[in-house]
Design a protein. Structure first.
Length: 137
């Protein structure tokens, strides 16, 4: 099973991520996000960050909140992540993400993600599980 695919869009980029569970689809969306920002395969799990998101009005909003939090941590703290462990309960999310500080000597400079948008946003919460989101770059 493929984990995610990128969707071309005029001035943005989309991610359609798949999983055996909804948790895994959210994890693969985050992996796709960091493959856009840099090459996530070279990110060492040096630092763990816990992410806890309260109940959102919908799973779609939860996906936006999840990826937006990761974009914030990347921009504000200069962190890049390569591993993600997500647990969704209802419309709440708890996760542990692992990564390190961005280092230009080690990590390639990819595309800056400015924001997570609501355009083309979808969460398929029944098997087969998948999520789709468009990122403003």
């Amino acid at each position: 099973m493929k984990t995610y695919e990128l969707i071309d869009h005029t001035a943005d980029v989309g991610i359609k991520a798949y999983g055996k569970t909804l948790d895994e689809a959210f994890e693969h969306a985050a992996k796709g996000l960091f493959d856009i920002i840099t090459d996530s395969s070279v990110i060492a799990p040096v630092q763990e960050v816990k992410v806890s998101l309260p109940a959102a009005p919908s799973l779609e909003q939860l996906l936006v909140d999840w990826l937006s939090e990761l974009v914030f941590l990347n921009g504000a703290k200069d962190l890049v992540f390569g591993t993600f462990k997500v647990k969704i309960t209802g419309t709440s999310l708890a996760a542990v993400v692992s990564g390190e500080e961005f280092d230009l000597k080690k990590h390639r400079m990819g595309t800056e993600v400015k924001a997570v948008t609501y355009h083309m946003l979808e969460v398929h919460s029944q098997p087969p599980y998948w999520v789709q989101v468009l990122l403003d770059i």
